[in-house]
Design a protein around this ligand. Structure first.
Ligand SMILES: [Zn+2]
Length: 283
């Protein structure tokens, strides 16, 4: 597959940001919204009879100064544990192939930010090397919201994806759980945005007057931009809406956005519309 079909790069001031698609899949995410079906269907015309839509799985690489900040880690290697479930998921050549196309190997990544503790965002954190499970990005400090490391119930199951993959990072001394916001490097901030999970982080890039937001699962579909109170089962609705409003106020109308599950290439803009907001794809 040509890199241009799963890797896309833009410049924001002195920062170069690439979105790398790890693949796509069919998802029940809108069917799981705590909203009557007849209501959500008005804003999701592409949903099929089962209420499923196609979603993307994106990671982001931010190059700024000497830093190379990777946001989210995609899926793990195929195997019995893997989150990757063909044929529901179609994999791209993958995160490492995307990094390679940009000229980087795993050792070149200086920082990792895990937006939250759901497997589709961090399972690529580790791999088996020399028979031992080890961090895939051995030179990177890995930042995660503390509540998604200390408090998720899966932490207490040694066989959970969280324990296996981020456990390998923690054992190597590379995991930095944080409280609140944190500057990763000048121009790149991780912002505490709970709701999808208690420790969810969005990543903001500000350089030369340009702003870019990689917001993980703050939104899963543009219908949630239009309706800021819409959340799926299992999320903290109040925190989610507060986090969405915080990011929208912070960003203003000229920022560029991407959220993990928007199909490739995922670039977009959020503009005021009536009382609220509207997502516009900017491919
Ligand atoms: Zn997700």
């Amino acid at each position: 597959m040509e890199p241009s079909r799963y890797v896309t790069t833009r410049t924001f001031g002195d920062a170069r940001v690439s979105l790398i698609s790890d693949g796509s899949g069919r998802s029940t995410i809108v069917r799981d919204l705590l909203v009557p079906e007849a209501v959500w269907r008005r804003d999701v015309p592409e949903a099929d009879d089962l209420g499923e839509i196609t979603v993307g799985y994106h990671c982001a690489l931010i190059e700024i100064g000497r830093a190379r900040v990777l946001v989210d880690l995609g899926f793990d290697d195929p195997g019995p544990l893997s989150m990757w479930k063909p044929p529901r998921h179609q994999r791209s050549p993958g995160l490492l192939a995307g990094l390679h196309a940009l000229g980087f190997g795993p050792g070149d990544i200086s920082h990792v930010v895990v937006t939250h503790g759901h497997g589709d965002h961090f399972a690529g954190a580790s791999e088996i090397r020399d028979g031992v499970r080890q961090p895939r990005f051995p030179n990177a400090r890995h930042t995660i919201g503390r509540a998604d490391w200390d408090s998720l119930p899966s932490r207490h199951d040694p066989h959970s994806l969280l324990s296996v993959h981020l456990g390998a990072v923690a054992r190597a001394g590379l995991l930095d759980p944080i409280d609140g916001d944190r500057t990763i490097v000048p121009g790149v901030d991780a912002l505490a945005t709970p709701g999808e999970s208690p420790g969810h982080l969005c990543v903001r890039v500000v350089s030369g007057g340009a702003r870019f937001y990689f917001v993980g699962d703050l939104f899963h579909h543009p219908c949630e931009v239009r309706n800021l109170s819409w959340v799926s089962r299992g999320r903290d609705a109040e925190s989610m809406e507060r986090s969405r409003r915080r990011m929208l106020t912070d960003a203003g109308p000229d920022a560029t956005w991407a959220f993990t599950h928007r199909p490739f290439p995922a670039w977009g803009q959020i503009v005021p519309a009536g009382e609220g907001y509207r997502w516009i794809d900017r491919p």
